[in-house]
Design a protein around this ligand. Structure first.
Ligand code: UDX
Length: 430
């Protein structure tokens, strides 16, 4: 099938690469010329395990191409995916201006029947909005349908997730239209659910908000565990064995960051309030998440006293492991708060250093965790990279000025760290 994907961010690029790998003819469109030039040479704009290989292979075999010419992409394809950014506005509402601009372009260049698919995470009602924009801007009276096909991939395992999704959700105006998408996904052999457009849009928001709720829930329990002398890791394990609860997304820590959970939960809250419904559950999820870093900093201050003049080794800058993405990363908030209080920062991340250098000021960027720890008054684990789980703690202790370890992701066994002479503080553990 001839497929066009508009937007080469995480979702667009991975989606395009996956469809190409499944044997389709894929044309990826982006207005960023330098990005397209790099992609033509199989140079990835993002760090994502396995992505370069799959793009390179499909470029070599002629199944994927990259262009800035949206007209070419639209004319050549039956199915057109919109995978552009949907950032939040200040009030939490989703900014649909990029989606709208792309819908207008599609409308201008449509010369035969098209299936326009919303892949970006968008509020319920956006399918209808896109349909109206295309209707109003069409230059020829050609037919089209608008479908919602939300993406559930996670950064860091995006290629794997898009090849092995738990389910495919297709929100279509009719069975007939849904069939075209079914055909596209059939080789994956995974459960597929066909719904109306609005329900598909809600499935995406409800799923992300539910996972965010799970994280805030366990973080709230971690706060209680700290006071009650319980261990949140054991509590989560015990809860997770219950199949109705499940073990995933019960990792207590510094809370959720990244480009999806904070923005999507805010957006769902906005929609909930706009429709006149009670958003207090989502309010609590967001409030708990917003207090994770301030609470962690209070803990550091309680032990260390004045932050001013102290040096902190920050291990991990990416919002989670296996990505170089710093969007809504807890590292940024931690570093900002420590710097505001006069702390000095030495930082290290296995892959996010280049991105971090463009955002962070007055930070000493180091080549390893050990270099970051040199003369530090405290080591602070912010991202749970595997590399940090395997650190030589004896070597680390020899570098620091004070053997204080604040672990925001509970990556160590307390007894093990203490054996190496560290005073160890983690989340929700006695
Ligand atoms: C998420 C959804 O998982 C994915 O389905 C959707 O398509 C996009 O949003 P992503 O943001 O890439 O994916 O990362 P995810 O692995 O879900 O983690 C999100 C945040 O939650 C990270 O900051 C992570 O550290 C945090 N998290 C996750 C926890 O604090 N505890 C957990 O148990 C799990």
């Amino acid at each position: 099938m001839n497929v066009c994907v508009i937007g080469t961010g995480y979702v667009g690029l991975v989606t395009g690469a996956t469809f190409a790998d499944l044997g389709n003819d894929v044309i990826c469109v982006d207005k960023d010329e330098s990005k397209i030039e790099r992609l033509k040479r199989a140079e990835m704009p993002i760090y994502e395990p396995g992505l370069e290989e799959i793009v390179r292979r499909n470029l070599d075999e002629g199944r994927i191409s990259f262009t800035t010419d949206i007209a070419e992409g639209v004319k050549r394809s039956l199915v057109i995916f919109i995978a552009v950014g949907t950032p939040p506005k200040d009030n939490g509402e989703t900014d649909l201006s990029q989606v709208e601009a792309v819908a207008k372009e599609i409308a201008h260049h449509m010369d035969s029947y098209k299936i326009v698919v919303n892949k970006s995470t968008v509020p319920v009602g956006t399918g209808d909005f896109v349909r109206r924009v295309i209707e109003q801007n069409r230059r020829r009276q050609v037919d089209f349908d608008v479908v919602s096909n939300p993406e559930f991939l996670k950064e860091g395992s995006a290629v794997y997730d898009s090849m092995h999704p738990d389910r495919i959700v297709i929100g279509a105006p009719s069975q007939h239209v849904a069939m075209a998408l079914l055909e596209l996904y059939a080789p994956l052999e995974v459960p597929m659910l066909i719904t109306d457009v609005e329900s598909a849009e809600m499935i995406k928001y409800a799923s992300n908000a539910f996972l965010a709720t799970k994280i805030s829930f366990i973080n709230m329990i971690a706060n209680v565990c700290e006071k009650a002398g319980a261990d949140v890791m054991l509590v989560a394990k015990g809860m997770g064995y219950d199949r109705r609860i499940g073990p995933e997304f019960l990792q207590a820590g510094l809370g959720f960051g990244g480009s999806c959970f904070p923005k999507d939960t805010l957006s769902l809250r906005h929609v909930t309030r706009q429709l006149g419904e009670d958003s207090s559950l989502l309010d609590a999820v967001l409030n708990i998440n917003e207090d994770r870093v301030p609470r962690f900093i209070r803990r550091i201050e309680q032990r260390l006293g004045e932050i001013a003049g102290k040096t902190f080794a920050i291990l991990g800058l990416a919002f989670k492991p296996n990505t170089d993405d710093l969007r809504e990363a807890k590292s940024l908030e931690i570093i900002r708060l420590l710097q505001e209080k006069g702390g000095k920062i030495r930082a290290y991340d296995p892959v996010a250093m280049d991105n971090a250098k463009q955002i962070l000021k007055d930070v000493t960027f180091c080549k390893s965790a050990y270099e970051a720890a040199e003369q530090a008054d405290a080591v602070v684990i912010v991202t749970d990279w595997n590399e940090f789980k395997l650190l030589n703690l004896e070597k680390l202790r020899d570098k620091v000025r004070q053997p204080l370890l604040f672990d925001g992701r509970n990556i160590y066994q307390p007894e093990r760290v203490r054996k190496y002479g560290f005073e160890y503080f983690s989340i929700g553990r006695p």
